[in-house]
Design a protein around this ligand. Structure first.
Ligand SMILES: Nc1ncnc2c1ncn2[C@@H]1O[C@H](COP(=O)(O)OP(=O)(O)OP(=O)(O)O)[C@@H](O)[C@H]1O
Length: 336
């Protein structure tokens, strides 16, 4: 097994409820997060992200699979490493009448953290000048940052954030992004779950995509995207019809649009400009069309996975062992 900060192999979790029956939330899922990564955990609503994180942190019992956090078997050995892990997996609840400073001070005292750390974390999350205000006056973004501050009290090596941008306005999302980048620059490994694709693309260097409880892609963001690059180019010329005919005659795949053409399967764009230029058609625009995470995500998660056909993109074989034992590490967020 590769050594990572987070290692999950073959995680399975099925919920049974009288009202909703049997629901497979995670179906043989694998995840590897290595030191120093800002790793996006991406998937549509209900794809199993929160269940995976809750199982990893011992907040819900896994049915099957092997998990390790900072080398410790999860959840049994989590107490050995919990001081090195910060996690916000469920919406933190704060006392509205407490100030941000008082909230963190209480948490620091409860966690055996020196109280002078409170000012440092307020500074780190950009709340230094708002720490004396009551939490009930905070915006959602400020509350999220206060939650991150609480998770940073212990100076964690690993920070796990479940949907940190959820409900934030664009300014709040930008603040969260800057915060995560600053943490990563200080050497913190970060795992962020989200369904906001653009955010993952902007913040993360690595990504794992989950669909229906299964991993459908993983790797460096650029690599995951390049696997979906059809070498498409947008072409603008004055005589679209003639250009289309010439390119087709040259054996290229062309899609016509009202004011441009899209030529696919052309690694070298000079093929297009030469083919057209030789016939006196001058290219006004020739732009590569790169796939973004959004289109990759739709392609990967838009097709239902078949239970019998694993769609993992690399060679991890799920290991069927180690039953989870429920341990609450108090990492549900902040209960001040
Ligand atoms: N406690 C539970 N009891 C029953 N079913 C559950 C429970 N928790 C999650 N599920 C189901 O498991 C599936 C995965 O849910 P999960 O919350 O892990 O997905 P998610 O990817 O985090 O989604 P979201 O982005 O909406 O939070 C869903 O179908 C969900 O309804």
């Amino acid at each position: 097994m590769t050594s990572g900060v987070i290692e999950i192999e073959g995680l399975r979790k099925t919920f049974h409820s009288v009202r909703r029956g049997r629901r497979v939330a995670v179906d043989g899922f694998d995840l590897l997060v290595e030191a120093g990564q800002v790793h996006g955990f991406l998937g549509p609503n209900g794809s199993g992200k929160t269940t995976t994180l809750r199982a990893l942190l011992g907040l819900v019992r896994a049915d099957d699979g092997r998990m390790r956090v900072l080398g410790a078997n999860a959840p049994e050995q989590l107490p050995q490493v919990s001081g090195r892990v910060g996690a916000i997996v469920e919406s933190p609840q704060f006392f509205g009448n407490f100030t941000g400073y008082r909230t963190l001070r209480l948490l620091a005292l409860a966690g055996g953290v020196p109280v002078n750390r409170v000012d440092e974390v307020l500074e780190e999350v950009g709340l230094a000048d708002r720490g004396d205000e009551r939490v009930k006056g905070y915006s959602l973004g400020m509350k999220q940052r206060l939650a991150v501050a609480s998770a940073l009290l212990k100076r964690p090596e690993l920070l796990i954030l479940d949907e940190p941008a959820n409900g934030l306005d664009p300014a709040g999302i930008r603040e969260m992004r800057d915060l995560v980048r600053a943490l990563a620059a200080n050497g913190v490994t970060v795992l962020i779950s989200s369904h906001i694709l653009a955010e993952i693309q902007l913040i993360c260097d690595h990504v794992t995509i989950i669909s229906q409880g299964r991993r459908v892609a993983t790797g460096p963001v650029a690599e995951v995207l390049s696997g979906f690059d059809d070498n498409e180019h947008l072409v603008r010329v004055d005589d679209l019809a003639r250009a289309e005919e010439l390119l087709r005659t040259a054996g290229l795949t062309v899609a016509g649009h009202p004011d441009h053409l899209v030529v696919s399967g052309v690694p070298d764009p000079t093929t297009v400009s030469r083919t057209l230029g030789e016939q006196g058609i001058w290219v006004r625009e020739l732009t590569p069309l790169r796939p973004d995470l959004e289109s990759v995500f739709l392609e990967l998660t838009g097709t239902p996975t078949h239970p019998a056909v694993p769609r993992q993109v690399d060679g991890w074989a799920p290991d069927q062992s180690a039953d989870g034992q429920e341990i609450d590490l108090g990492m549900r967020g902040v209960d001040a």
